[in-house]
Design a binder for this molecule. Structure first.
Ligand SMILES: [Zn+2]
Length: 83
């Protein structure tokens, strides 16, 4: 089976947290080698997670001033896609 870009994005969180099975992970990574769009998306996502970690470690905490607004919006937008 081949993953679609949509599935890759859906799996992104689990991939980054190590939640995928070995076969899912292999499919995920194979898609990335063939798809520059998803590779770019993954990079920006990892960057977003890194910068936004403090925010999401504590949902009640105020957004730190040094997290760019557009990155916060990117995370919120990716969450909305799941609904
Ligand atoms: Zn893709």
């Amino acid at each position: 089976m081949n993953m679609t870009c949509r599935e890759v994005i859906d799996f992104l969180m689990e991939y980054l947290s190590g939640g995928l099975s070995t076969s899912e992970r292999a499919e995920f990574e194979r898609h990335l080698t063939d798809c520059p769009d998803c590779t770019a998306y993954l990079r920006s996502y990892e960057e977003t997670i890194k910068l936004g970690k403090a925010v999401f470690a504590d949902p009640g905490a105020p957004v730190p001033q040094d997290v760019p607004e557009k990155l916060v919006q990117a995370i919120l937008a990716s969450r909305r896609q799941d609904m």
